[in-house]
Design a protein around this ligand. Structure first.
Ligand code: AMP
Ligand code: GLY
Length: 420
């Protein structure tokens, strides 16, 4: 069987590598992918994620059994609908089901309608009304651009002034373009943040291990929000009862709701949650796998990944099994300056061997050689599994100390909040 993964980051590297490790999979293509992936035997296809008709043509010509769609913008653009219309199978939600991610306002409406616990909120396109709401609610308060803003359109404001300024930047100064033409302003939720992922088809769902990302750029959760600087799974200090409660109060009702709305969900559902004093509440839904969470969740899958997805697509009961001991932890290495301006072209260390996996994101071969150079914000990620969080940290950080990371940076405290 031949498969296609759409996307180019560390998430897609982890998905494609795991698929290639599956029985009966002879070849995995990644479009457009990155050069680092080829070190794991993956085949790159030089087609962008928005070129749906070219991707469809490629999938047909190459007998692709099904495609796995990584990025949110491709899903929001209706790539799955286009594949399906062309008679091709794709694992990911339709444009209408993916609205759970591409419109925060839609996600809020669904949550309210189907009783899913989330922060109280208001949606505004008028600045004066937004300002009045902020002043009435007081701080801390959270201001979010309604549309996709690559994780950067969220301001957790500690003061009313900060919140008003954020609303002004989004609504009046157009800082996030169209995605900030409406803002969602919501109650600040206090508590431990974690992510819960599930493979879904309609009302059938299969929960993955809990994960915790580190979204701020620098140690101690300082600095700007990024796509994610490191993660680990499972979160050892989260009681099983919290997962059970999240499934009952969040996953089940939202999937039922999507069916009732005529938008049945297929693909990976990603719930970003905060464990508040009143139980888990949703901060956001994403309609795809997380990056970097995928890179630390998929290595824990002990069943046959390609077979699992084939079964879910065919509405057969999959046999999905996970490693049930130890912790998998990963640290992202990014270009100095990320998530703002950064240089490209820094030489990257050799790919690791043994029990530390290297997943590549922004990596590209130098001209006329197979030496990898940095080519993006997040560049690569080291991932390992160990008995405890601290043992995993030790392995990864020892390896990173041996690598030349000139012009790059990484957080030195990934996993440190965990109860070791
Ligand atoms: P999002 O892009 O919606 O995931 O938001 C980015 C980050 O902002 C989240 O990972 C949280 O740390 C924080 N955040 C978002 N919404 C809230 C909220 N209502 N209360 C507290 N923190 C929040
Ligand atoms: N890790 C955050 C995200 O994928 O949105």
């Amino acid at each position: 069987m031949k498969l296609l993964v759409v996307g180019s980051g560390g998430r897609e590297h982890a998905i494609a590598k795991k698929l290639l490790d599956s029985q009966g999979v002879e070849q995995v293509f990644v479009a457009p992918g990155n050069d680092g992936m080829t070190l794991d035997g993956l085949d790159l296809v030089n087609i962008g994620i928005s070129e749906h008709s070219k991707l469809i043509e490629f999938a047909k010509e190459n007998d692709i059994a099904w495609s796995f769609i990584g990025p949110d913008d491709a899903l929001a653009a209706g790539i799955v609908d286009d594949f399906n219309q062309a008679g091709l199978k794709a694992f990911g939600p339709s444009r209408l089901a993916a609205e759970l991610e591409w419109s925060k306002d839609f996600a809020k409406e669904i949550m309210v309608k189907y009783g899913v616990p989330t922060a109280a909120y208001g949606t505004f396109s008028d600045f004066e009304e937004a300002k009045a709401y902020i002043e009435k609610q007081g701080a801390p308060i959270v201001v979010k651009a309604d549309g996709l803003a690559l994780g950067k359109g969220v301001v957790v404001a500690e003061t009313v002034e900060q919140a008003v300024e954020a609303a002004q930047e989004m609504l009046l100064d157009n800082k996030f373009g169209d995605s900030g033409a409406r803002v969602v302003i919501e109650e600040f939720l206090d508590g431990e943040e974690f992510s819960l992922f599930a493979f879904v088809n309609g009302d059938k769902f299969y929960i993955m291990p809990t994960a915790q990302d580190h979204k701020r750029a620098y140690d101690g959760d300082k600095g700007p929000n990024t796509g994610g600087m490191g993660a680990y799974a499972p979160v050892p200090h989260l009681p099983k009862s919290v997962v059970v409660q999240s499934v009952e109060t969040i996953i089940k009702p939202v999937l039922k709701g999507m069916i009732a709305e005529g938008r049945p969900y297929l693909g990976v559902l990603y719930a970003g949650l905060i464990l508040t004093a009143d139980g888990p509440k949703v901060i956001e839904f994403n309609s795809r796998f997380g990056d970097p969470e995928t890179q630390i969740i998929l290595p824990r899958l002990t069943s046959d990944f390609a077979q699992n997805i084939t079964d879910i697509l065919d509405k057969k009961e999959p046999t999905i099994t996970w490693l049930d001991e130890g912790v998998t932890l990963g640290v992202v290495v990014a270009s100095e300056g990320y998530p703002l301006d950064y240089d490209k072209g820094k030489p990257l260390p050799e790919k690791t061997a043994g029990d530390i996996i290297t997943y590549y994101a922004g990596a590209k071969f130098a001209e006329n050689s197979r030496a990898l150079l940095s080519n993006g914000g997040r560049v690569y990620m080291l991932v390992t599994t160990a008995d405890t969080v601290s043992a995993a940290q030790e392995k990864i950080y020892n390896q990173l100390k041996k690598q030349d990371t000139t012009g790059l940076f990484y957080r030195t405290d990934i996993g440190s909040k965990a109860n070791k």
